[in-house]
Design a protein around this ligand. Structure first.
Ligand code: ZN
Length: 445
């Protein structure tokens, strides 16, 4: 009986979402109008205040707190009527959008939402203000219809995703627990995990600085002076990185990724001080992609171990080994970022429930696989919360000139989320302890 009642309720809610999609459009129109482009960033305060006011109007207890000046996060919670016994759900999305570039390439103003032939146009409609607007629309309908949710609903509207900044990471560091999390980033309504990305700096530093005139004594027989060019020594380490990258390409793989996706890119090199000197310092900025079953700690340890062995094979580097600085909390502030990977557990109750809600509405099972890009989802999974990426919008539209999204898909997304939230947050927590998520990090194709 109860099952039937909830199915009827879900269908009523989904019909409302369909018939009132102009309200979804209006919400998205407001979000798109805030030019929250990153870089330059530090411009999301007004947009986040708007999101906070929407959440408050939906009955959430909200908190707006600064991550960087002008870039606050919004975290919010709506306690369920039986918090302790029923499933909780965390919803996450980022408020920043990609740069617009040369606006003359745009057919319309990127910050004025328009709808033509069923497609929405505006910066962020696919990545990912469409997802954020749909979630706020859903929460508004649940509030208005006074739908009882027994478990807690948590919301994070974060900054900095586009510039590798620690918006979601900061939320998790403040403390956040949930039984399941959905990151509403661009996935075309596929349920996705992801590989990870970490950047790092490898630095060679000579304790002495030699004039260019000393080069002959440093490199020739009988010169008698021990020293080295940091730039030339870095060439050995770059060779070492290429060997490791090739080794990874043939020894590591993960279902859902083309072979060799685990690359090490020597992206930026800085070194030397002047043509009149021998380079006493050289720093290399690398970008490392790794698979969902790897943690960034183990991957960076592998790189360090390998490069220190390479260094060991060189008489000068042996006593002047490279130093390493991995990751960072912002590409803008400290030229470093981390996107932890996200493995999917196909048997997780949340993933299965979401797939059922999707299939019931769309009429076909969702694609379950791996995103070719990265999102903040890895930070939530690292906190021990079973997490998936599931959002509207198309990746080829993300960051594109004349970015667009399908209005129909946005409505579908809202409808699936209505069903899933009602079912999940009214499902009792498992009474006996279940095997933890991390015990099964299985591959998916
Ligand atoms: Zn995104």
């Amino acid at each position: 009986m109860q099952q039937q009642a909830s199915q009827q309720l879900i269908q009523q809610l989904q019909a409302l979402a369909e018939s009132r999609q102009d309200e979804l459009f209006a919400l998205l129109e407001r979000l798109v109008a805030f030019p929250t482009v990153s870089p330059p960033a530090r411009n999301t305060a007004e947009a986040q205040q708007y999101v906070e006011s929407q959440l408050a109007a939906c009955g959430f207890e909200t908190s707006l707190w600064e991550v960087y000046p002008g870039d606050p996060n919004v975290t919010a919670v709506k306690c369920g009527s039986h918090s302790a016994q029923y499933n909780s759900l965390l919803l996450n999305g980022h408020i920043d959008v990609a740069e617009v570039g040369d606006p003359s390439g745009w057919k319309r103003d990127p910050f004025t939402l328009s709808l033509e032939d069923g497609r929405l146009y505006g910066r962020g409609v696919s990545d990912m203000k469409g997802g954020l607007a749909a979630l706020l629309f859903v929460l508004g309908l649940l509030r208005e219809q006074e739908v009882e949710l027994r478990g807690d609903l948590l919301f994070q509207s974060v900054i900095g995703e586009e510039a590798g900044e620690a918006g979601t990471r900061a939320c998790m560091e403040r403390g956040c627990e949930a039984d399941f999390a959905i990151v509403a980033d661009t996935s075309s309504l596929a349920i996705q995990g992801q590989g990870g990305v970490i950047t790092g700096w490898i630095t060679i530093q000579s304790p002495e600085t030699f004039h260019d005139g000393m080069r002959a004594k440093l490199i020739h027989a009988g010169g008698g002076v021990q020293g080295a060019s940091a730039i030339e020594k870095m060439m050995k380490l770059i060779n070492g990185l290429q060997e490791l990258e090739r080794h990874w390409a043939v020894t590591k793989s993960y279902p859902g990724f083309p072979a060799g996706s685990n690359t090490i890119n020597p992206a930026v090199i800085e070194g030397g001080r002047h043509a009149a000197f021998i380079a006493d310092r050289c720093a290399l900025w690398i970008t490392v992609h790794f698979y969902p079953d790897e943690d960034f700690e183990e991957v960076t340890q592998e790189i360090e171990d390998h490069l220190l062995r390479v260094a060991d094979g060189d008489p000068w580097l042996r006593s002047h080994p490279p130093s390493f600085r991995w990751g960072g909390r912002s590409m803008l502030e400290e030229r470093g970022e981390i996107f932890p990977s996200l493995a999917l557990d196909r048997h997780a109750a949340g993933l299965q429930g979401l797939a059922r809600s999707h299939e019931a509405l769309v009429g076909a099972a969702p694609e379950i696989g791996m995103s070719p890009t990265v999102t903040d989802a890895g930070w939530i999974a690292r906190a021990g919360i079973p997490t998936v990426i599931y959002g509207p919008g198309e990746l080829r539209q993300a960051h594109a000139v004349n970015e667009s999204a399908s209005m129909e898909e946005l409505v579908r997304y809202a409808q699936v989320m209505l069903a899933f939230i009602v079912e999940w947050c009214n499902t009792p927590k498992p009474s006996s302890p279940q095997p933890s998520y991390s015990q099964e990090r299985m591959g998916l194709s």
